[in-house]
Write a protein that binds this ligand. Structure first.
Ligand code: ADP
Ligand code: MG
Length: 316
């Protein structure tokens, strides 16, 4: 259904036809839908976007997002984590900040991006979500447009945006996933988690047949369990959707993760030689090799993050 790869510079059919085939009324409607995209825009530098998603809840998306963010920040990247789990946001806790303003304020016009984006002691910047507020699934069209605009503005100044998603397949979650350059699916090895992970992949590929998805299997109880789980998921995906998944690696169950105290920095920062920290570092390397380079790069002709988000919301 999607007609364009995220890195492609070719234009969607509707836009390629452009304003020339439209009368004045048609031009007005088209420009309301697509904004400035009726005009050919010069290339602009924009961040790479990685969405961290899962089918089942609690698979370790926030742990992985914040850990990867710390590692990429230490590698010199300008990086912001966006806590898209609006209902159950927790990245601020994992990165050691207590924000006064969150995305909720931004979405209802009570705060600007510059006021909400917060530097964290762990290194990466954060757009905090709010706890106990409406899920992404409930955002109005106006709120979606505001969120898309915010992502576009953020992308202009960063090398990398990490979107830490809520679990599941709500329309807005899938919309955000279709707008990202690359999706990292975090699953546990159990069959129930794999089934839910498959549901995310299937929904995403129905909207975007060229989606790029890689997989991390977290909380494995013995070495190799992650690879086995991935092989099952990948073969079902290949059979039913034709899409190939990439294995980024497995992370062992480690009680040290749950035992972190409030305000403690992520393990990758405090204990980089711990087994779990090395596993995450290996995943960061494979992610950059698979989805990279994870840095600001020119995006042509209005094919940027905001435009993709804005356009794809029309398919919701
Ligand atoms: N590898 C791991 N070993 C042990 N506990 C983990 C591991 N990864 C995540 N956890 C714990 O699992 C819970 C859910 O993790 P979280 O990152 O919040 O998941 P999600 O963002 O997917 O809902 C947290 O209590 C976290 O500390
Ligand atoms: Mg989370």
């Amino acid at each position: 259904m999607m007609r364009r790869s995220s890195s492609s510079t070719s234009e969607p059919t509707a836009r390629r036809r452009g304003s020339s085939a439209l009368g004045p009324r048609g031009r007005e409607i088209f420009s309301r839908l697509f904004g400035d995209r009726t005009r050919a825009a010069a290339p602009v530098a924009e961040a790479a976007t990685i969405a961290i998603a899962s089918g089942k809840g609690g698979t370790g998306k926030s742990f992985l997002s914040t850990s990867l963010a710390v590692l990429f920040h230490r590698a010199g990247k300008r990086i912001t984590v966006v806590d898209c789990d609006f209902g159950l946001a927790c990245d601020h806790l994992l990165l050691g900040v207590n924000p006064k303003l969150t995305l909720r304020h931004l979405l209802c016009g009570q705060g600007k991006l510059e006021e909400i984006r917060i530097e964290t002691p762990a290194g990466p910047a954060l757009l905090p979500g709010g706890s106990g507020i409406r899920q992404m699934a409930n955002l109005s069209d106006t709120e979606l447009l505001t969120f898309g605009k915010c992502l576009g503005k953020l992308a202009a100044t960063e090398d990398l945006i990490l979107l830490d998603m809520g679990a599941g397949i709500s329309p807005q979650t899938i919309l955000t996933l279709t707008s990202a350059d690359h999706v990292v699916l975090v699953t546990q090895p159990e069959i129930a988690a794999l089934t839910d992970a498959y549901a995310v992949c299937k929904n995403l590929t129905q909207l975007r047949s060229d989606a790029r998805i890689s997989v991390v299997v977290n909380r494995v109880m013995e070495p190799g369990q992650g690879r086995q789980a991935f092989d099952k998921l990948a073969s079902v995906m290949q059979k039913f959707t034709g899409l190939q998944l990439t294995f980024l690696g497995e992370i062992a169950e480690d009680p040290a993760v749950t035992q972190r105290r409030l305000g403690q920095m992520p393990i990758v920062a405090t204990d980089p030689d711990a087994k779990i920290a090395r596993e995450v570092a290996a995943i960061a390397e494979r992610l950059e090799a698979t989805a990279g380079p994870l840095e600001s790069r020119p995006v042509e002709n209005g094919n940027g993050l905001e435009a993709r988000f804005t356009e794809q919301r029309l398919f919701l």
